[in-house]
Design a protein around this ligand. Structure first.
Ligand code: SF4
Ligand code: FES
Length: 372
């Protein structure tokens, strides 16, 4: 199939955003700026139906995410539905709401893998970034519970100007916690993160040092720790194939049941996303205008239309194109060929002058965990 054809290939992964509630307030949160209320969340049975439809469509893995997915009391039931649909289950969590008893319920339900997010390697900074006092120590207590249950653990470290200098410590932390993989993810600047961009963008010197650190660690830790790391868009000349291309490999489902081509797509205006309360996942994936709009290459403007890389990066990220240029159909400004590429340099220069203060959001917080 060529990129000009609209026919959809089956998706491989599904991101299930079970809730927008979260006790943390990370200033780079990728959830939409308008969060869905708990009362509108899909129930476990509806998630079960969606998982069965996803599996029938070809999905192999479900990523249980949010917000904070463990804020859902019925998470074991949701996991059981995913397991009976034959899906590999990955929990993406902050770890601050889950004690050993609750985690073992998830394991008994059939959970396969855990991705634990950390905000920094140093507790004071981590708690400040996450906007949650005591959060870092709860994460340090949670990781051994995962390992004791025999589950593989990935550490997710979202990096930016205010923690990137401690990347060597984050690598040490991943080793100390028994993680087999460390994802070093630079902040993506749309949604809430765009509001905090000036306080978060790293400098070129920080980035170069981090790249050296990763290259050295990958050599030294071969066979012990896999490190995922890519150069952030604001210092790139070629964009990434965001989501592996729009409507090609992944889909997300919002807490209220909207099928989305990416987790940030609700930031894009002018879309009607299929509602999985009333539409099948197969219909949403194959036939909806929202999934077909940027599928393939026929929609592309120049310079993408005539570019040899158009079926490698699929024109980059639609959400970043919209966030920076106001038009999701534009070439991602991360591409040096984009007429808007200079916007990235401008943002980097502005950030160099900015204060490190964050704008936190208050909505959608889950209740703090009960003591003990
Ligand atoms: Fe990718 Fe478009 Fe840039 Fe070519 S012009 S490298 S297809 S974003
Ligand atoms: Fe939406 Fe990249 S985050 S397409």
């Amino acid at each position: 199939m060529t990129g000009d054809e609209m026919r959809a290939q089956p998706p491989l992964g599904l991101l299930a955003e079970l809730t927008h509630r979260c006790p943390l307030r990370c200033p780079y949160c990728s959830n939409p700026t308008e969060l869905h209320r708990a009362s509108r969340e899909l129930d476990a049975a509806t998630w079960g139906r969606i998982f069965a439809e996803a599996s029938a469509l070809g999905v192999l893995q479900v990523h249980l995410s949010g917000g904070e997915p463990t804020a859902r009391r019925d998470l074991p039931a949701i996991i059981r539905h995913a397991v009976s649909a034959g899906l590999y289950t990955n929990l993406i969590t902050s770890g601050v709401l889950t004690d050993e008893r609750r985690f073992n319920e998830l394991v008994e339900a059939g959970l396969d893998h855990v991705q634990l997010s950390v905000q920094d390697a140093e507790a004071g900074s981590a708690d400040r970034i996450g906007g949650y006092a005591g959060g870092h120590s709860r994460k340090l207590a949670f990781a051994p519970i995962v390992r004791a249950a025999g589950l593989p653990l990935t550490l997710n470290a979202v990096v930016h100007r205010q923690n990137l200098d401690r990347l060597p410590d984050l690598i040490e932390l991943a080793l100390a916690l028994g993680a087999g993989r460390l994802e070093v993810a630079h902040v993506q600047y749309y949604g809430w993160a765009l509001r905090n961009r000036a306080a978060l963008l790293p400098t070129r010197a920080q980035l170069d040092a981090a790249t050296d650190t990763v290259n050295r660690a990958r050599d030294e830790l071969k066979g012990r720790l896999v490190i995922d790391y890519v150069v952030p868009d604001y210092y790139a000349t070629l964009p990434k194939a965001c989501m592996g291309g729009w409507g090609r490999q992944f889909l997300a489902v919002s807490p209220t049941g909207l099928a989305l081509p990416c987790h940030a797509a609700e930031s894009l205006p002018g879309f009607t996303f299929p509602d999985l309360r009333t539409t099948s996942l197969q219909d949403a994936w194959n036939n909806s205008e929202a999934f077909n709009r940027f599928r393939g290459t026929a929609w592309m403007p120049e310079p993408c239309r005539g570019c040899a890389r158009k079926e490698q990066d699929w024109g980059g990220c639609r959400c970043q194109a919209f966030a920076l240029t106001g038009d999701a159909a534009n070439t991602d400004p991360a591409c040096a060929l984009s007429p808007h590429h200079a916007l990235l340099d401008l943002a980097v220069r502005e950030a160099a002058e900015a204060t490190p203060d964050f704008t936190y959001r208050e909505m959608g917080r889950a209740p703090a965990p009960a003591a003990g």
